[in-house]
Design a protein around this ligand. Structure first.
Ligand SMILES: C[S@@+](CC[C@H](N)C(=O)[O-])C[C@H]1O[C@@H](n2cnc3c(N)ncnc32)[C@H](O)[C@@H]1O
Length: 236
C-alpha cells in the first residue's frame, strides 16, 4: 500500500481509528433508530469494529468494505465465529461493485479524506437508496492551515487537503445530499481512546516512529485540525 499511515493502522490493528474513537461511534449510533431490515455499508471499515457492532447490536445487514488487505484479514478474523448478518469484502470506495440504490445507510468513519473526495461522494450517493442516509466522521480544519502545516499533513497522512466545515457541506451537496446536519459531539469524546488492538507480528521500527509522529501531531495541532460528525440525507 502507498499510504504509510494507513499501513500503520492496519499493522497495529487499531479499531476505532477515527476522531472520537469507538465511544463516539456508539454515542452516535444509539440515536439513529437503526432497524434490522436496513442494509448498512461501512466503507473503509478497517478492522471491522463498527461493522461488527452494527450487526450485533442492531441486527442490520452489514457490508464492511476496505481496500487494505491487512484490514480485510483482521475484519474477517473478527467475525469468523459470529453468526451476525455481516459480510466483509475488499473493494475501492471510489469504484464500488454495488448496483445503484443498494443501501439504506452508509457509515464512513475517517475514510473519505484519504480518497479522491469528489469521486468517492459521487459513488456513495449512487449506491444509497432514495431516502438513504450517511453518517460520516471526518477530519475538519478549524482554521486556515499554513502552507507548512498543509505539507506536514500531506506527508504524515498522505492526504491532499483538509476541508473545513463549509467545504465539506459544499462537497456533500454537490454530490447530491439534500439535507446535511452536524451531529453534536460530546466534549468528553473529543480524545480518541484506543482499546481495540490486533497487532501483527514483527512490526518495523519505522511504524513505531510514525505512531509517535502521529501522536505528537494530534497533540500539537488539536486546536487547528478537529473533526465533524455529519448526518447526510438524500432524496433522489
Ligand atoms: C483512518 S482508517 C479508519 C478505519 C475505520 N473506519 C475505523 O474507524 O477504525 C481509514 C480506512 O479507510 C480505508 N481506505 C482508504 N482508502 C480507501 C479506499 N479507496 N477504498 C476502501 N477503503 C479505503 C483504509 O484502508 C482504512 O482502513
Amino acid at each position: 500500500m502507498l499510504n504509510k499511515y494507513l499501513d500503520l493502522l492496519a499493522y497495529f490493528g487499531i479499531g476505532g481509528a477515527h476522531p472520537g474513537g469507538f465511544a463516539l461511534t456508539k454515542s452516535i449510533l444509539q440515536d439513529q433508530g437503526l432497524q434490522p431490515y436496513e442494509s448498512v455499508l461501512d466503507i473503509g471499515c478497517g478492522t471491522g469494529q463498527t461493522a461488527a457492532y452494527l450487526a450485533q447490536k442492531f441486527g442490520c445487514k452489514v457490508t464492511a468494505l476496505d481496500n487494505h488487505p491487512i484490514m480485510i484479514a483482521k475484519a474477517q478474523e473478527r467475525i469468523k465465529d459470529s453468526s451476525f448478518p455481516i459480510k466483509v469484502i475488499k473493494g475501492d470506495v471510489k469504484n464500488l461493485v454495488f448496483e445503484d440504490n443498494s443501501f439504506d445507510v452508509i457509515i464512513s468513519e475517517s475514510v473519505i479524506t484519504f480518497t479522491n473526495i469528489t469521486k468517492t461522494l459521487d459513488e456513495l450517493t449512487r449506491v444509497l437508496k432514495t431516502n438513504g442516509r450517511m453518517i460520516m466522521i471526518e477530519m475538519t480544519a478549524e482554521k486556515d492551515l499554513s502552507e507548512e502545516l498543509r505539507s506536514k499533513v500531506s506527508s504524515l497522512y498522505g492526504i491532499r487537503e483538509v476541508l473545513n466545515e463549509e467545504e465539506w457541506i459544499l462537497k456533500l451537496k454537490q454530490a447530491g445530499f439534500t439535507k446535511i446536519d452536524i451531529i453534536d459531539t460530546p466534549p468528553e469524546l473529543k480524545q480518541s481512546e484506543v482499546n481495540d488492538i490486533n497487532q501483527s507480528e514483527n512490526l518495523s521500527l519505522e511504524l513505531y516512529d510514525l505512531l509517535d509522529m502521529h501522536n505528537n501531531f494530534v497533540h500539537q495541532y488539536q486546536s487547528v485540525i478537529g473533526f465533524r460528525a455529519f448526518n447526510c440525507h438524500i432524496s433522489k
